[in-house]
Write a protein that binds this ligand. Structure first.
Ligand SMILES: [Zn+2]
Length: 325
């Protein structure tokens, strides 16, 4: 049994054991009592060890695939016991611009998945490609928004075509942002205020050097300022990688509270960033699917039940699943 399938087995077993427990604090008891079902995980990567059928891009080898396998089926076995029925698949870097494995997963499991694809914005016909992918379940496009890239957007005809098409077709620009790219991102959002935007993982504030430094606080203010644009949404996600990087992730609460205050719960969406959320931390602490979900569903006492459901379900359904309420 691979690590992942073993973890999946353990998670499934734990969830089914939990169903038989009367304890009010058990995850499944809470989920049942409060109807935390049909949840959406807004950011997961899938890949298959079958690199013959689904070849890797030139820059990658099998050694880059850690874990070796995280297929759509392994993902569904991981998330469904937690009441998560829909997932936004994020094109994995291993496959470059070849979105076909992700598209195949979307095709094989309706209506569980929507996709965020990666395309080459320097190739002609960007808008036509976006529309063709929309017909196959893609609802967003991933942009590697480091500072250098984001500063170059203004001078890229292909990038302008992408943001225009995003506004016209209701397709989101999904930004894997670095904190120091936020000024350039703000300039682009100001040029295209009608284009839906989703910023991954709190713009990765607190990935390096914690959340308390003056620099981190200044970047936090920049992220909060972007809330002035109605089409900007933020992913509350990748807890394993941010701040103290330790479950139960309570140190992220002040940041999430400020985002709730600025954006409202209807523009925040939860995501795990599996399979990485399933990895063991450096000190051996267990990052798990349960730990990620519990932070938003059961902790964060400043959130109302409705706000929890917005973050865990409604925002991602609106942005990525054609407006399902
Ligand atoms: Zn990710």
């Amino acid at each position: 049994m691979t690590d992942v399938s073993r973890r999946t087995f353990l998670a499934t077993t734990a969830a089914s054991l939990g169903a038989g427990l009367a304890g009010p604090g058990s995850p499944s008891a809470l989920a049942a009592a409060d109807d935390f079902t049909d949840l959406v995980d807004a950011h997961v990567h899938v890949w298959t060890p079958d690199t013959v059928a689904w070849p890797l891009a030139a820059a990658f080898t099998k050694a880059d695939m850690q874990p070796a396998s995280f297929t759509a089926e392994e993902l569904l076995a991981t998330c469904r016991p937690h009441g998560v029925s829909r997932v936004v698949l994020i094109q994995m870097s291993f496959y470059g611009f070849d979105n076909s494995y992700m598209l195949d997963c979307i095709h094989r499991h309706p209506p569980a998945f929507a996709g965020v694809a990666i395309i080459d914005h320097d190739k002609p016909g960007v808008a036509a490609e976006m529309k063709a992918l929309k017909g196959r379940g893609v609802r967003g496009f991933r942009l590697y928004a480091n500072r250098k890239n984001a500063q170059a957007w203004a001078d890229s005809a292909g990038m302008q075509a992408m943001w225009e098409c995003g506004a016209d077709e209701n397709l989101a620009m999904c930004l894997l942002a670095d904190p120091d790219a936020l000024p350039a991102i703000a300039a682009q959002v100001a040029r295209y205020p009608k284009t839906p935007v989703v910023i991954d993982h709190f713009a990765r504030l607190g990935m390096k050097g914690g959340l308390e430094s003056p620099e981190a606080q200044a970047n936090m203010e920049r992220l909060l300022t972007l809330a002035d644009y109605a089409e900007v949404n933020v992913k509350v996600s990748a807890f394993y990688a941010l701040g103290a990087k330790q479950p139960p992730y309570d140190d992220l609460a002040p940041m999430i509270r400020r985002l709730r205050d600025a954006y409202g719960s209807k523009r925040l969406m939860w995501a795990t960033d599996c399979p990485y959320q399933l990895d063991q931390g450096p000190a051996g602490e267990a990052h798990s699917y349960t730990a990620s979900l519990e932070l938003v569903r059961d902790r964060l006492d400043f959130l109302s039940r409705e706000e929890r459901l917005d973050i865990l379900r409604n925002t991602a359904r609106r942005v990525f699943f054609d407006g399902l309420a």
